[in-house]
Design a protein around this ligand. Structure first.
Ligand SMILES: Cc1ncc(COP(=O)(O)O)c(C=O)c1O
Length: 400
């Protein structure tokens, strides 16, 4: 009998964190490395939010709070849903956790049993299948493709549903592809779920505010009100408000689910940081105008990266609607040899050879469940992006 839990053998460490670590080590060894692996905005947390946290400390708001969120934050979240998504949620239908990741973890752990299936469209955010597997359930990945812009079709969704399906996870805009569903595309998917009473939707809307070219964001419970009773709408302040380190995420759904999630959280982390909760109140209730300005900077970077990558021999990349990632295909590089003598047999070889030859760190598509692709995060300065893309072009041009 081993010392470590069997459940750990079912999961892998995060590939995105592994790439970041590898790049950091090369950098520490004196290599000139540009990291395009990070999943966080390079902008700073707004000053009004920082001030609210400092005020909370001074005012002694430094004690345990209600497990799944202070009433003021739940009210700010309810106001956000009403204002931005035309969704009404009562306080007992809202759960606050230490990041959207904890909310996701709570929801899956509180509902999954061995034998249950969770539909995860690929490419997916690395944590979805891992948390499902940790819960002892089965992730059912459904591959999308480049011609569809990495969007799940209603037919593929229908075909993946079985009597054991408990959740369908939707993430729009997506990490890693940046793809976002229009209201009409979402409606076609929710119509499928609506026909299967036993299936719930877990929608991860964390990149809601990072969409471009006038794209109008929509969320499943809004486009299909009949599904609201079977939907957990997840969001958080990490990406829109550049607050990744504060660890505040939230979910809204039926009170029965929210109560079960709180039960689990009460026996793990208790409440999210009281100070971060007060900061999140200010983020959601305070000025919002900077969000669009930052999104415009991201749009310019997306266009720069897309144009440069699509000029690299062997790469092709669709134009994503949102988030701060692009997910190019490197199919044209497979089967070739790098100038440094590394055979490129798959996307992992491609990113390894690229890091070694040019010091550019990106994450291979297999980590997100779809090959042969790689993810580039453009949440970094325009200068670094321009240099990194020039290096990628040079690397691809040198493949034989
Ligand atoms: C799709 C997606 N969902 C959730 C998260 C986690 O957000 P949080 O920082 O709120 O835990 C991330 C972070 O990378 C993400 O990319």
């Amino acid at each position: 009998m081993g010392f470590l839990a069997d459940s750990l053998a079912r999961i892998k460490p995060s590939a995105t964190i592994a790439v970041t670590d590898k790049a950091r080590k090369l950098s520490a060894a004196g290599r000139d490395v540009i990291g395009l692996g990070a999943g966080e905005p390079d902008f700073d947390t707004p000053d009004n939010v920082k001030e609210a946290a400092i005020r909370a400390i001074r005012d002694g708001k430094t004690k345990y709070t209600a497990v799944d969120g202070i009433p003021e934050l739940k009210a700010a979240i309810a106001a956000k849903f009403a204002r931005e998504n035309r969704l009404d949620y009562a306080p007992e239908e809202i759960s606050v956790g230490a990041g959207a990741k904890q909310v996701l973890f709570n929801a899956l752990m509180a509902t999954l049993n061995p034998g249950d299936e969770v539909i995860v469209p690929a490419p997916y955010w690395v944590s979805y299948p891992e948390i499902v597997a940790l819960a002892g359930a089965t992730p059912v990945t459904v591959a999308t493709d480049l011609p569809s812009g990495f969007k799940l079709s209603p037919q593929a969704l229908e075909a993946a549903i079985t009597p054991n399906t408990k959740w369908v996870i939707l993430n729009s805009p997506s990490n890693p592809s940046g793809a976002a569903y229009t209201a009409a595309e979402l409606k076609a998917l929710t119509a499928v779920v609506a026909r299967h009473d036993h299936v719930w939707v877990l929608t991860d809307d964390i990149y809601e505010h990072l969409t471009y070219d006038g794209f109008v964001f929509a969320t499943p419970a809004q486009v299909e009100p009949a599904l609201k009773a079977r939907t957990l709408t997840m969001n958080g302040v990490s990406k829109a408000y550049a607050m990744t380190g504060w660890r505040i995420g939230y979910g809204a759904g039926p009170a029965m689910l929210i109560k079960a999630m709180a039960k689990l959280q009460s026996q793990s982390t208790t409440n999210p940081s009281s100070i971060a909760q007060w900061a999140a109140v200010e983020a959601l209730n305070g000025p919002q105008d900077f969000i669009a300005k930052r999104a415009e900077v991201f749009r310019q970077r997306r266009d720069l990266v897309l144009s440069m990558l699509n000029q690299a021999p062997g790469l092709s990349c669709p134009r994503p609607e949102g988030a701060f990632y692009v997910f190019p295909s490197c199919a044209g590089a497979i089967g070739k040899m790098s100038a440094g003598g590394i055979a490129i047999g798959n996307d992992e070889d491609f990113v390894t050879a690229l890091l070694e030859a040019e010091g550019v760190a990106v994450v291979h598509g297999a980590a997100f469940g779809l090959s042969p692709f790689f993810r580039v995060s453009y949440a970094t300065s325009t200068e670094a992006l321009t240099e990194a893309c020039a290096r990628i072009q040079r690397f691809c041009a040198g493949l034989r």
